[in-house]
Design a binder for this molecule. Sequence first.
Ligand SMILES: [Zn+2]
Length: 59
Amino acid sequence: MKINCLSCGHIIVLDDAYSDYEGSVKCYTCSALLEIKLSEGLVKSVKFLELTRIAAAEI
Ligand SMILES: [Zn+2]
């Protein structure tokens, strides 16, 4: 299961535990918060919840 981060385009890899999942995941690259809905291993929706300050603020 892979989804694209809507903020930075990075591919977020989710393991099989997420094949039926509804909730938020955090992009570990840019720290954006995405709300995802997965059903039977398919991505039903990906919404952008929150953008947090990325690299620039952390370096
Ligand atoms: Zn990202």
